[in-house]
Ligand binder design. Structure first.
Ligand code: PMV
Length: 326
């Protein structure tokens, strides 16, 4: 770089997985043990500015107005180092990042965080990376972040090397008017983060069965999205969530993300579907329940969810666009 300071800002949405990623074949590069499918969540955003400046004493990270140290800074530094190496520079950087949604509650803030950081840091370093390259870079910060780089409905092909493990769009955000109505049951930071969780996946005797069946679930789910077949979609999405939580609950030490209210919401969703309302649920590594339906049913689903005792709030998101520089 010729001048001493270069900055760029990017925005990314978190994403919700329909077929989940749980467990890595390579923990350092976050190459997953199975492929996954997701949808970006419009309206929920991480906005990140990266400024490389030779006069800075060291790298820094400000998250939602607070200076971050320890693990968060170390993970961000790892990505900056990767970008600096690609660009052939050694300049320190200042990162300022903000989320417009609560952190650490099962809405994957790490996905939008590392997708936005990948796009902003690459641009600020003067790199011109294509979508697949940005997706790979985002993956090294947080696996699911690779799915927040492309737009809309996204597949992450597991691959087995850094080069062939990245995500791509399988349908545009406009293709299917699905809505994720997130029943917030807790806003506390989750006790065990996904990085530690992935490392425990292979301690569950159920993980081999979950992995062996993953290509089948991916096929069914991909086809259900392409044909907008909600009934098939609902069955496979709930099965996949239950299989991942089965692995979590049977790993050593065990991970239990469900809370009593999470279960009450799951029960209600199954009852509503049996009564004819097309809805289904899925949970990530947290107690909040993502309830999916087509947009026509959104008002009804939101009002029913908010009547369940213990549901603090309902946050809704339509399919979102790609991570982008602004
Ligand atoms: O990308 P990570 O390390 O935050 O892992 C995400 C794991 C789940 O959200 C539970 C599943 C998924 O595929 O998003």
């Amino acid at each position: 770089m010729q001048t001493s300071t270069h900055s760029a800002t990017a925005i990314a949405n978190p994403n919700l997985a329909f077929v989940k990623y749980w467990g890595n074949r390579d923990n350092a590069l976050r190459i997953p043990s199975n492929g996954s499918l997701s949808m970006n969540l419009a309206g929920l955003e991480t906005k990140t500015q990266v400024r490389f400046d030779a006069d800075l004493p060291s790298d820094s990270l400000t998250l939602n107005g607070h200076l971050a140290l320890d693990v968060a800074l170390a993970r961000a530094k790892t990505m900056l180092d990767r970008v600096r190496k690609m660009a052939g520079i050694s300049t320190p950087a200042e990162i300022v990042s903000e989320n417009n949604f609560p952190t650490g509650t099962g809405i994957a803030s790490s996905a939008s965080a590392f997708a936005a950081l990948a796009v902003a840091s690459a641009a600020a370093a003067g790199l011109h990376l294509d979508e697949a390259e940005l997706s790979r870079l985002a993956r090294t910060g947080s696996g699911s972040a690779c799915r927040s780089v492309p737009a809309g409905f996204v597949e992450w092909q597991a691959g087995s090397t850094h080069q062939d493990s990245f995500a791509f769009t399988i349908a545009s955000p406009e293709y299917w008017t699905l809505v994720d109505c997130v029943a917030i049951v807790s806003t506390e930071h989750k006790p065990t983060g996904s990085t530690e969780g992935h490392a425990l996946a292979d301690t569950s005797p159920l993980q081999p069965a979950r992995l062996a069946d993953a290509p089948r679930r991916l096929d069914i789910c991909r086809r259900a999205i392409r044909t907008r077949d909600f009934e098939t979609f609902a069955d496979i999405v709930e099965l996949d969530s239950n299989m991942m939580h089965g692995v979590m609950m049977t790993s050593h030490p065990r991970l239990m993300y469900w809370q009593p209210v999470s279960l009450a919401v799951m029960e209600a969703v199954q009852r509503w579907r049996a009564e004819g309302l097309p809805v289904c649920f899925t949970l990530d590594a947290g107690p909040n329940v993502h309830v999916l339906c087509e947009v026509a049913y959104q008002p009804q689903v939101e009002s029913r969810l908010s009547e369940i005792p213990g549901v603090l709030n309902v946050l809704s998101a339509a399919p979102g666009g790609p991570a982008r520089q602004i």
